[in-house]
Design a protein around this ligand. Structure first.
Ligand code: PEP
Length: 258
């Protein structure tokens, strides 16, 4: 039986003091409930502070990205070892917003090449994340144009093959199915289709790890739709953006996974 895992992605929100306050509020609401694994991913600068606040909580902390080199002349980057040192348990890798694939475009289109994550860099980051002893949450998902062209499964299969290339131990791997068109748009994927794609994702994982790997759904999950999504047999929890920012909303999403 796979334990459900619900992780909040706070994206580029909340200054350090507010992040610490919300983490403390969430810890009170979660208590010592351990039937669901819970994590939050604040911005890099809040990782150490939030980790301190949560040191006696069951809630784990995660980074929203890592760089694949452990140290060196890489101005502005943060390594997997560094986020581990800041108290992290998880690292999100390959989020669509880092791949330049936005559900809701809020930057100039001409700047999209800046968001240059590729399947190759996801693969390097996955290896670095595992080497640092972190639990990786690898994000995959199709754009609206890809879905409408009937390419959903092919796009996801290629993303998974690229991410997992040459990675041997997948025992801690979490994969988040995040259709790009559902992220931050309020358009949630139909639960039957989300379940089908999560099952497809599982089928792409090497057989030895297939029953073990946890596949989350992410994309406009909220207190009103979480229970329906999380009751699907192939959906092992959620990666939650907007609805994870308010502890009183996020606890309802977490409780829906029980
Ligand atoms: C996300 O950031 O991974 C996400 C799914 O965002 P939202 O829940 O806001 O759609």
């Amino acid at each position: 039986m796979r334990k459900k895992i619900v992780v909040g992605n706070w994206k580029m929100n909340l200054l350090s003091a507010e992040a610490a306050t919300r983490a403390a509020e969430l810890a009170k609401l979660v208590g010592f409930e351990d039937s669901v694994e819970v994590g939050i991913c604040p911005a890099f600068l809040s990782l150490a502070g939030v980790s301190l606040v949560l040191r006696e909580s069951v809630i784990g902390v995660g980074s929203q990205d890592v760089f694949w080199k452990s140290s060196g002349a890489f101005t502005g980057f943060v390594s997997a070892e560094m986020v581990r040192d800041a108290g992290c348990r998880y690292a999100v890798i390959g989020h669509s917003e880092r791949r330049g694939r936005f559900g809701k475009l809020e930057v100039e289109e001409s700047t999209l090449p800046f968001f240059g994550e590729t399947d190759e860099t996801v693969n390097l980051k996955l290896k670095a994340t595992l080497a640092a002893g972190l639990v990786p949450i690898v994000c995959v998902g199709e754009s609206l144009a890809e879905r409408e062209a009937g390419q959903t499964d092919a796009v996801i299969a290629a993303q998974i093959a690229g991410a997992l290339d040459g990675v041997e131990d997948l025992s801690t791997l979490v994969i988040a199915y995040e259709p790009v068109w559902a992220i931050g748009t309020g358009k949630v994927c139909d639960s039957t289709e989300a379940n089908r794609v999560c099952g497809f994702i599982r089928s792409q994982v090497p057989e030895a790890y297939r029953d073990h790997v946890r596949v989350q759904y992410g994309g406009s999950v909220n207190p009103g739709n979480a229970a329906e999504l999380f009751s699907q047999p192939e959906i092992d929890g959620g990666l939650v953006g907007g609805a994870s920012l308010k502890p009183e909303d996020f606890i309802q999403v977490i409780n829906a996974a029980k």
